[in-house]
Write a protein that binds this ligand. Structure first.
Ligand code: CA2
Length: 148
């Protein structure tokens, strides 16, 4: 029997998202990042893809995680947190990786402070999901799985 590997989707979370479910539940909800990972893993199984999760509070580690997707993953779900609004380095890593990326935000960044309205990532993203809560991660995974 021939075993072919399932396509891989990388889910990358940036700074402070390790605090999910522990503070500001009115903004970010009650689920922890581990809860989200468990739900996304079930969605991945249903879609016939594998999923790998990375969370880092350090810009360079996020850059390296994105590099690691090149030639290995068929998509990246990226919530770069506040680096979305500041990081040319993360944007350049996405372009260099040559992997389809979906930008996810738990909150509707456009309904928040003006400094959150600009993203260095949106114009290099295949799709952008903001304001759907943590369901956004599942939607992004489904989209990438169906394009894989
Ligand atoms: O809405 C999003 O997903 C954001 O990417 C979240 C970032 C914020 O800087 C972006 O503008 C929008 C902040 C992540 C902070 O995560 C926390 C989660 C729980 C408690 C405290 C912070």
């Amino acid at each position: 029997m021939v075993h072919t590997e399932l396509p891989l989707i990388l889910v990358v979370n940036g700074p402070n998202l390790n605090l999910l479910g522990t503070r500001e539940p009115e903004k970010y909800g009650h689920e922890t990042l581990a809860d989200v990972a468990a739900r996304v893993t079930r969605a991945a199984e249903a879609e016939g893809v594998q999923v790998e999760f990375v969370q880092s509070n350090h810009e360079g580690e996020i850059v390296e995680a994105i590099h690691s997707a090149r030639g290995r993953a068929s998509g990246i779900v990226l919530n770069a947190g506040a680096y979305t609004h500041t990081s040319v380095a993360i944007r350049d890593a996405v372009v260099a990786a040559q992997v389809l990326m979906v930008e996810v935000h738990i909150t509707n960044v456009h309904a928040r402070e003006a400094f959150r309205h600009h993203s260095y990532l949106s114009d290099v993203a295949a799709a952008v999901i903001a304001g759907a809560g943590t369901l956004g991660y599942e939607f992004a995974l489904q989209y990438l799985a169906r394009r894989a």
